[in-house]
Design a protein around this ligand. Structure first.
Ligand SMILES: Nc1ncnc2c1ncn2[C@@H]1O[C@H](COP(=O)(O)OP(=O)(O)OP(=O)(O)O)[C@@H](O)[C@H]1O
Length: 773
């Protein structure tokens, strides 16, 4: 028996642990006498218990740790040499770093088979991943590989099992409504004599305290920054309310599991012995609280297998960081790292372009990324970049495919919306994130205002709640029902507001005055302009500042709507918004509709054909994200998003960008020649739903002549051919003169395709106005 060296500090413990693991790896097992050590002296930050000491004690107490030798089990499907090396790696901590499409999940499944062949009990092997869809996919792949007896779970489901006793008799609360958040905000502000925070910012802010700080209200309130005191009080009120109503939420599953394992050695030992092998997919997106959970569960024996690609870290705003992958070796100096090199999913053209692109990032492992050795080039169809990609053209293309063949990806929901509208208009069945069909933020706000202004008698409580809150008017949000009743009885909006009880007079006067100005506005653009001046811009700026997400598009939505609403009456514009909403809803088919989705949601997935839309400067990279100069974030984070988008395509990748505003990433990837000249963004993008007119729009042309003009306006969304003279052939002589006066610089001999986007827009707008005369 060997005596341990003097162990004074945490670093002494870590060094000894590393030495012993290295020796075991080399086959040297000499028992070591640790002697009496006081746990309290070695409590480790984050874990809040003597994490390394416990692992050291385990190592000293076990002469045969699990560094089992590889078996000769044949993989259930062909693997390349690196993939096989990863699956057959010795026990301990193994990190597989690999590019997109390199078979990381394939290797993880093979590793499970290998562990079972080495004698692991299936119920002692735990595979973890992020969401239910990924866990379900993993389960299927395990089953196919003959390892269906092994569980694949989400972090949340593991957390929930750990705290099951504590949750007994409690119900899962998915989320609080805005009205409930507003009540918490008001109560906290009243207790502290401060201003209530915006309810929209509260979910993210409280999640950040819980998952980022892992602090209870008692721990957080005394130490939070002064300016966060009201939010800290809201946190306390929410926790109190959850306890009173016997509720728990998603964050609880992680937060309480981590706190329990940290604080209770018996529970910790019980859960640690429940799992001998822990495997994690998509490790690059793990957030610190989840990582603590994983590391505690894998301790003290540390049999941990993680696969990931730091180039695909997308959730920086949810506290994930490229550093997590890069720093794993600091946490485990004896880590066994395997790098995979071949992207089996994509054509050589896409592999080259995406690798060139991501090579511009500084914070990453510099790793070779190659296409599969026997993959033949995809030729012309492998990557196509098109300027001015019109939604209607794409919609026609989509109509020729079915759901598994193709997907449309966008950086944001806002980028996807015009394409979804055009697809719906063309009769294509579509599916996508909920926010595409049920608007949120600025889009929801506009829909609510125009619905109420155009038809106050039928205003819904939900729409009125939006009116009361955005912009903040100092009116109680729970007055929405009272307002709805008054409006239904025939009161005007200002009258209904003036009658609200319990609100200071000057607030009522100001709100009534603002709403009165809105109700008397003659056209839709004026309504939007007034709203913005009344505080809607400020409201969304605050929401954007408070939100962890860098890609909020609310201001842009308002800019575009204001531009689009010009020349429309309130009723017309309300009808336009409503028609679009209904059209999207009618086209929705979650089961077999073609997917239009965000790049974030496309992570881990693949399609034969992928269309990336709005690959524009300002969209991808997103203009807000570029303001973040945190190392590894900002432009680097956006480049990772583009990398993920490119690498979802198995056969064909089409990239559409707005004329004159190609993303810098297209140049960096070697897909377009000249670096894009940084042009200011136009007031609204050249091709958008603004030029799309639903046939049922109130006020649309009813005569044949009018319909012909509308058709010409419609054609200007991008597919028109021929000259300007031919396009406007249906106009009368007087209309022609008016048109050429209204659109300066227009020449009848010009080809329509060559017209600048701005000219096309004003041409289309003028034609539409004429169509309705
Ligand atoms: N050795 C191989 N030979 C041929 N095809 C392979 C091989 N390994 C993986 N593949 C295929 O490559 C594709 C990508 O595999 P997988 O989804 O496991 O990759 P991944 O690294 O997890 O991808 P991503 O990180 O981009 O989500 C799949 O279609 C898979 O079947």
């Amino acid at each position: 028996m060997e005596r341990a060296p003097a162990l004074e500090t945490l670093d002494d413990l870590r060094r000894l642990h590393e030495t012993l693991v290295r020796r075991r790896r080399a086959g040297v097992v000499v028992p070591v006498e640790l002697g009496e050590l006081d746990d309290a002296r070695f409590v480790e930050p984050g874990f809040e218990y003597a994490y390394t000491l416990e692992r050291l004690r385990w190592l000293c107490a076990h002469e045969q740790p699990r560094f089992a030798a590889p078996t000769d089990l044949a993989p259930h499907r062909p693997l390349d040499a690196e993939q096989l090396a990863a699956a057959k790696a010795p026990g301990g901590v193994v990190q597989v770093i690999a590019p997109a499409g390199s078979g990381k999940t394939t290797v993880l499944v093979e590793r499970v088979r290998e562990l079972l062949a080495r004698g692991a009990q299936p119920d002692r092997v735990l595979c973890m991943t992020f969401n239910e869809a990924a866990a379900a996919e993993l389960r299927t792949r395990l089953r196919t590989a003959g390892a269906g007896s092994v569980a694949a779970r989400t972090f949340h489901s593991v957390g929930r099992r750990i705290i099951a006793a504590r949750l007994e008799g409690r119900e899962l609360q998915h989320e609080w409504t805005v009205a409930q958040w507003a009540r918490f905000a008001r109560q906290a502000a009243a207790e502290l004599g401060t201003q209530p925070p915006d309810p929209a910012e509260l979910p993210a802010a409280i999640s950040a305290i819980r998952l980022g700080e892992l602090a209870s209200p008692d721990e957080w309130e005394p130490r939070c920054p002064e300016e966060d005191r009201t939010v800290a009080r809201v946190y306390r009120l929410v926790e109190r309310e959850k306890a009173r109503r016997r509720l728990y939420d998603f964050d609880d599953m992680i937060v309480h599991a981590v706190r329990l394992l940290r604080a209770d050695p018996t529970a910790r030992a019980q859960w640690q012995s429940a799992f001998h092998h822990v495997l994690v997919d998509e490790y690059q997106d793990i957030e610190p609280a989840q990582e603590l959970l994983v590391r505690m569960l894998a301790a003290p024996h540390d049999d941990l297998f993680v696969v990931g690609d730091e180039d695909q870290t997308l959730y920086g705003w949810r506290r994930a960081s490229v550093r997590t992958m890069l720093d794993l070796q600091k946490a485990y100096p004896t880590l066994h790292r395997v790098a995979l090199e071949h992207n089996y999913r994509c054509t050589p053209e896409v592999v080259r372009a995406s690798a060139t692109l991501i090579g511009h990032n500084a914070r990453r492992f510099a790793k070779p990324i190659r296409s599969a050795p026997d993959r033949t080039p995809g030729g012309e169809r492998a990557i196509r970049v098109a300027a001015g990609g019109a939604p209607r053209l794409l919609a026609r293309k989509l109509a020729a495919y079915t759901r598994p063949d193709i997907a449309v990806l966008g950086r944001t929901i806002n980028a996807l919306r015009p394409f979804a509208l055009a697809a719906a208009d063309a009769g294509v069945r579509i599916s996508g994130p909920q926010e595409l069909f049920e608007a949120t933020g600025a889009q929801e706000t506009l829909e609510a205002y125009f619905a109420v202004l155009s038809s106050p008698r039928t205003a819904t409580e939900a729409d009125l709640r939006v009116l009361l809150r955005r912009p903040g008017r100092g009116l109680p949000v729970d007055a929405a029902q009272r307002l709805a009743d008054a409006l239904a009885r025939g009161a005007s909006l200002p009258q209904a507001v003036e009658r609200l009880p319990g609100v200071e007079g000057w607030r009522l006067d100001r709100a009534a005055e603002q709403l009165s100005a809105l109700t008397s506005a003659r056209d839709a653009a004026t309504v939007i302009r007034r709203l913005r001046k009344d505080g809607l811009d400020r409201h969304f700026d605050e929401v954007a500042r408070a939100s962890a997400r860098p890609d909020r598009d609310d201001r842009k939505v308002l800019d575009e709507a204001e531009q689009e609403a010009r020349g429309h009456s309130v009723t017309e514009y309300a009808a336009l918004l409503e028609t679009r909403r209904l059209s999207l809803r009618r086209a929705r088919d979650d089961h077999s509709g073609i997917e239009l989705t965000t790049v974030h949601r496309a992570k881990g997935r693949q399609w034969p054909r992928v269309v990336l839309v709005a690959c524009d400067e300002g969209v991808l990279p997103h203009r807000n994200a570029l303001e973040d100069d945190t190392p590894g974030e900002g432009a680097e984070a956006e480049r990772r998003i583009a990398y993920v988008a490119f690498t979802r395509a198995m056969e064909e990748l089409s990239i559409l960008h707005t004329e004159g505003r190609p993303s810098r990433f297209l140049h960096e990837a070697g897909l377009i020649e000249a670096p894009p000249a940084p042009k200011p963004e136009p007031d609204s993008p050249p091709v958008r739903a603004s030029t799309w007119q639903p046939p049922t729009l109130h006020g649309a042309a009813t005569t044949d002549h009018g319909k012909a003009l509308e058709h010409a306006a419609h054609a200007l969304t991008g597919e028109a051919e021929g000259t300007v003279g031919e396009l406007v052939g249906a106009l009368t002589e007087a209309e022609r003169r008016r048109l050429f006066r209204a659109v300066p610089g227009l020449d009848a001999r010009q080809r329509v395709q060559d017209l600048p986007a701005r000219t096309r827009r004003s041409l289309a707008a003028t034609l539409r106005v004429m169509a309705r005369r």
